[in-house]
Design a protein around this ligand. Structure first.
Ligand code: NAD
Length: 312
């Protein structure tokens, strides 16, 4: 209802003429994002390397393609929502990829969280084919993808952004052009550093409170309205208290983002000591078999160290 209400109220003028959208990558995020575009009346051609993933979207009215190339052949705008840089390169530049099927003038919006340098590389190759690209990663996770209230951070030409802003509006509550190509993903890396460090800080503090004999639920209630309050605390603490680490956003994906952040930071000469420390916490959790847990599960690292559980 929230998403529908927003659609009625929101100005979706730009992009309305662009009716044929291709959507590649129907995972945790891509599926609900594609569903919102369908609900808004766009005609969608979809593809995922795992055939089962397109089932629900096809039942809702999308057409299934047999390759990324076919998606591009049938679309004026192609959106990709894939795990990481190599997947985007494979889907766009690879055999039977988007660029093989795209016409001159096609717009490509990569909404995956990947390395900014990879965005620039893919955009360069796309440009050779007359395809313009935006990098437009998102923040907010599955619930906001379902509601159509993601935060979208875009990089690329202003003119292209203006053409598709109305379409991005359907998936997001805030859509911000940050700068040229790659700046969307640079912003996403900043976002991921802040989220990872927030979850780690919350975990360290709540394990301390719990082992000291203070009820973590009461601590949460007491501090959430003060300076320590945050969107991270509000989203993750209720799940931690229930011991619910079902993803959401998998620790493995956050490791991917921090690896991209560390590489990028070192390339431009920025030491990132806190990000490195949290990266090792996540690596330890992965070794412990928790890589597929939600990143709220970072608390399990601290719980194991202190031999205490933070639960209701
Ligand atoms: P996911 O693994 O659930 O979905 C990715 C999908 O891409 C899968 O269905 C996979 O089969 C498909 N795929 C992989 N390679 C492909 C290819 N070459 N061609 C076609 N399909 C291919 O991942 P997700 O959680 O949906 O995340 C997608 C992106 O969004 C990631 O970059 C992630 O970091 C980012 N993100 C995720 C969340 C979250 O909470 N899950 C939040 C914000 C951003």
């Amino acid at each position: 209802m929230v998403a529908l209400g927003r659609l009625v109220n929101k100005d979706i003028r730009k992009g309305l003429e662009m009716k044929k959208i291709g959507f590649i990558g129907l995972g945790i995020m891509g599926k609900p994002m594609a569903m919102n575009l369908l609900k808004a009346g766009y005609s969608l051609t979809v593809y995922d390397i795992v055939p089962d993933k397109v089932k629900e979207v096809v039942e809702a009215g999308a057409e299934a393609a047999s390759s990324n190339k076919e998606v591009a052949q049938k679309s004026e705008l192609v959106i990709t929502m894939l795990p990481n840089s190599p997947d985007v390169k494979e889907a766009v530049l690879g055999n039977n990829g988007v660029l093989e099927g795209a016409k001159v003038g096609t717009i490509l919006i990569d909404m995956s969280s990947i390395a900014p340098l990879a965005s620039k590389e893919v955009a360069e190759r796309a440009k050779e084919k007359g395809v313009v690209m935006l990098d437009a990663p998102v923040s907010g996770g599955e619930p906001k993808a379902v509601e159509g209230t993601l935060a979208i951070m875009a990089g690329g030409p202003q003119e292209t952004f203006d053409q598709v802003e109305g379409i991005l509006d359907i998936m997001g509550a805030s859509v911000t052009r940050v700068g040229e190509i790659g700046s969307g993903n640079m912003t996403k890396l900043a976002n991921q550093i802040i989220v990872a460090l927030n979850i780690a800080a919350m975990s360290e503090a709540m394990v301390l409170a719990t082992k000291s004999g203070v009820d973590p639920e009461r601590v949460f209630e007491a501090i959430r309205g003060g300076l320590a309050g945050s969107a991270v605390l509000d989203a993750k603490m209720p799940l931690v208290l229930k011991g619910n680490f079902k993803p959401g956003f998998r620790i493995e994906l956050h490791i991917k983002d921090l690896a991209n952040a560390l590489d990028t930071a070192h390339e431009v000469g920025v030491p990132v000591p806190l990000s490195s420390a949290v990266m090792e916490v996540m690596q330890a959790l992965k070794v412990d078999g928790k890589g597929s847990d939600d990143h709220g599960g970072i608390i399990q690292f601290y719980e194991k160290l202190a031999q205490v559980q933070v639960r209701q």
